[in-house]
Design a protein around this ligand. Structure first.
Ligand code: NAI
Length: 358
């Protein structure tokens, strides 16, 4: 079979660090295995436009491997050209870069390595909440640029203790974020999800479910987004919803950039309506140099905690999602059942309840 992987370039770093498995250079560590089984393995980072390797090779690819970090956007139109495609594997978590409804129609399975990087992201969420609330970035900028003006930083720095923190989406990551927030003695932990947490889990973290989204955001000092991108979450956080946020709230989004309207969020940060926004996911990846989230700052010079998309691609996470990808391929080649938690779209139907209520 022909297996095509769209990965990001690692260049010198990938040559020096073989644990950077998710790179073009290190090929998810799959080449020897795939070739020993008689399969052809094409690995590339070239993914945009009709002349890209992605669009050229997709026509006769049987199995497509992509990652959310350098997404090969498999649109409905591209899928129509992929006559041999049977399986899409996301090396990581989050398969929104594949048109899932089209995959259902075309009976193309979509699998991801569920759980592989959920701790990595939950840790990033904690870091992002703290760096916003404590106004870390402008303080660090002073440290490295030779300045020392404490009042300029302290005027917008707070404690997390005593604040209300809520997660939009309380699945694997959202739940882990709630668990990690418990020792911070917040005033209250909230969550908004169409699926309730199991009673025991809800009790253990002391979180309260709020069923109306506007009510949920209006009660939070900090909102963290931990839901997949799908029709029900695309552009969900926009000008209208932002008006229901507490004035000066903080927003952290490590889920998917397109869940937020980029211009509306940037405007809210610039006006101070949001005290800050942090995340590593962008509505287009790689993000263009003039993306409004790169330069936005609040009126006091802080409030921007953006990074390139890396929270789920720590070296620890790469090992787990590379191993998980291999396991999915082995199961497929050997006709063994897949771990049900990994199946987003089975043959002709959604198997996961996380990508919207159907
Ligand atoms: P999960 O499937 O365990 O949980 C997702 C939760 O979101 C589910 O409980 C689901 O019911 C809920 N949800 C879905 N639509 C919703 C809506 N409209 N409103 C409220 N809740 C909704 O997924 P997991 O592992 O927690 O990952 C969540 C997302 O995080 C992924 O889909 C991916 O987009 C993102 N992610 C980002 C990474 C990064 O590197 N920045 C790495 C891994 C995941």
């Amino acid at each position: 079979m022909k297996v095509l992987a769209i990965l990001y370039n690692g260049f010198k770093a990938a040559k020096a660090e073989p644990r950077l498995l998710g790179t073009v250079e290190n090929e998810l560590g799959l080449r020897a295995y795939l070739e020993s089984q008689g399969h052809e393995y094409i690995v590339t980072s070239s993914k945009e436009g009709p002349d890209s390797d992605f669009q050229k090779h997709i026509a006769d690819t049987d199995i497509l491997i992509t990652t959310p970090f350098h997404p090969g956007y498999l649109t409905k139109e591209l899928m129509a050209k992929a006559k041999n495609l049977k399986v899409c594997v996301t090396a990581g978590v989050g398969s929104d870069h594949v048109d899932l409804n089209a995959a259902v129609d075309r009976k193309i399975q979509v699998l991801e390595v569920s759980g592989s990087n959920v701790v990595s992201v939950a840790e990033q969420v904690m870091m992002s909440i703290l760096l916003l609330v404590r106004n870390f970035v402008p303080a660090h900028e002073q440290a490295i640029s030779g300045q020392w003006q404490v009042s300029d930083i302290a005027r917008n720095a707070f404690d997390l203790e005593g604040k209300v923190v809520g997660t939009l989406g309380a699945g694997r990551i959202g739940h882990r974020v709630l668990q990690r927030l418990v020792p911070f003695n917040t005033k209250e932990l909230l969550y908004y999800d169409y699926k309730a947490l199991p009673e025991e889990a809800e009790k253990a973290v002391g979180a309260r479910r709020v069923e109306d989204l506007k009510e949920f955001v209006s009660q939070c000092d900090v909102v963290t987004v931990n839901a997949p991108l799908h029709e029900g979450t695309q552009g969900l956080i926009n000008k209208d919803l932002l008006q229901h946020f507490k004035p000066g709230a903080w927003l952290v989004n490590t889920a998917r950039g397109a869940i937020c309207n980029a211009d509306d969020v940037a405007a809210a940060v610039k006006s101070g309506q949001l005290r800050g926004y942090a995340g590593d996911v962008w509505n287009v990846q790689p993000a263009p140099a003039d993306h409004p989230w790169r330069s936005m700052r609040n009126p006091l010079g802080g409030g921007n905690g953006m990074t390139p998309h890396y929270s789920g691609t720590t070296l620890d996470a790469q090992q787990r999602y590379a191993e998980g990808t291999k396991k999915i391929l082995q199961n497929y080649f050997e006709n063994k059942p897949q771990d049900p938690g990994n199946v987003i779209v089975g043959v002709g139907k959604y198997e996961s309840a996380s990508y919207g209520q159907r």
